[in-house]
Design a protein around this ligand. Structure first.
Ligand code: CTP
Length: 396
């Protein structure tokens, strides 16, 4: 596929080199179109060497080839990363003062913007209006990540991880639907840790990969995503708002707060069923005699609580649970679906080498009032899409 990588003048321009490599290494033909300002951060030789094509921000080079029209018209995808407030404004208003903005005006293919700027600029009403205009016209504008910005400041405005931008672009190239646009979804991911003392905890083997795949695919399908992540070290999925928690109690608070106005809640996190009754303030020391027993108490069942609440008050239209079973997978799953009052229950068989920490998964999705759906062994992204397909049907 022919990809145009537009690079505008932000400090995150250096991260676009990695995005460029991801495209070229997976066989795409990439034409880099930087702005003049972008070249102050990363020079033209870098883009030319990495892409194998000449690079210019001007419409005045190679005029006989009419680059200001040809590049945009022949592209299968234009991605602008980083997209500054300035380039978003120019694109929204149809200005055409350089090769990138000309390309944006002549492109008939899908366009993805990955904005990066200081929080104030991202939140300014002018930028909000420009982003809304671009989205109305069908462009995909990825919400920036929250985190450390150029200086000491932090907030929304960081360029998402290049690998995450790449995933969004691949989905757009494959023509995946944006059928969750306008929906608010909450996804919990990872595994909770229940503190024993300041250095020890009771935890589980959940990697967070499935929950992150769910958040990534929902955001790519247009949803407004809050990801409640328990002890996950993966890069933030592009476009998702991430709340980090440690224990089941923290996860419960974060999920319930985010669920108040959500359309969908997916509980993919492995929540500890029990926690130590007391958390020692000081590290427990070795003693000569018998070790002290750890007394456990039950944690609240968040999924069951969501289902129960919805019986009395308005709540998410679709609640999705997960069940990890080592035996009697379907029978246990059906009982859990009924007991927890959810609409879909994704049942995984777990054990040695299955599901935890692996990039692939297979599952049976149990549907309240419907037939189970088998999802064959494959990438966790595919299972995530299959789940969102079922959710989208229930939302429509
Ligand atoms: N879950 C939850 N709160 C808990 C425990 C689990 O919200 N305290 C959610 C998980 O996120 C998952 C689903 O419930 O979506 C199933 O969790 P699982 O541990 O498999 O089920 P349990 O009800 O704990 O049943 P069992 O341990 O007997 O298998």
């Amino acid at each position: 596929m022919r990809v145009v990588l537009g690079v505008s003048g932000g400090i995150a321009a250096y991260k676009a080199c990695e995005l460029l490599r991801l495209f070229t290494e997976s066989g795409h033909e990439v034409r880099v179109v930087p702005t003049r300002e972008a070249l102050k951060f990363v020079g033209a030789p870098t883009w030319a060497a990495l892409s194998g094509h000449p690079v210019s921000p001007e419409v005045w080079d190679d005029v006989h080839e009419v680059p200001h029209v040809r590049i945009g018209k022949s592209a299968d995808l234009v991605v602008v990363a980083p997209a500054t407030a300035d380039v978003l404004a120019k694109a929204a208003h149809g200005l055409a003062g350089d090769l990138l903005t000309n390309t944006l005006l002549t492109a008939t293919c899908p366009v993805v913007f990955a904005p990066a700027m200081h929080t104030e600029m991202w939140q300014h009403p002018a930028t909000r209006a420009n982003v809304a205009t671009l989205r109305e016209r069908g462009a995909v504008v990825i919400d920036p990540a929250v985190g450390r910005l150029t200086g000491a400041d932090t907030g929304p405005g960081r360029l998402p991880d290049p690998a995450e931008i790449f995933q969004v672009c691949l989905r757009v190239l494959r023509g995946r639907p944006r059928d969750l646009a306008g929906r608010k979804v909450v996804v919990s991911a990872g595994g909770t840790r229940e503190a024993i003392d300041p250095v020890r905890y009771i935890g589980n083997r959940s990697s967070g990969l499935q929950g992150y795949a769910l958040a990534r695919t929902a955001a790519a399908r247009g949803a407004e995503v809050t990801l409640v992540a328990a002890n996950v070290t993966l890069p933030d999925p592009a476009g998702a708002k991430v709340a980090r928690v440690e224990s089941a109690a923290e996860l419960r608070d974060a999920v319930l707060a985010a669920s108040a106005d959500a359309d969908v809640v997916v509980m993919a996190a492995a929540v500890a069923d029990f926690r130590p009754a007391t958390r020692h303030d000081a590290k427990i020391k070795k003693t000569d005699g018998e070790p002290e027993a750890i007394h456990l108490v039950k944690n609240p069942d968040i999924l069951a609580e969501l289902g129960e609440r919805r019986r009395h008050e308005p709540g998410p239209r679709v609640i999705v649970g997960f069940a990890a079973e080592t035996h009697d997978v379907l029978a246990n799953g059906q009982a859990k679906l009924a007991r927890k009052g959810c609409d879909l229950l994704v049942v995984n068989q777990v054990g040695e080498g299955l599901a935890f920490g692996t990039p692939d998964n297979a599952a049976t999705v149990l549907v309240a009032g419907g037939e189970p759906v088998e999802v064959p062994f494959g990438p966790k992204e595919d299972l995530a899409d299959a789940i969102w397909d079922l959710v989208a049907v229930r939302l429509s």
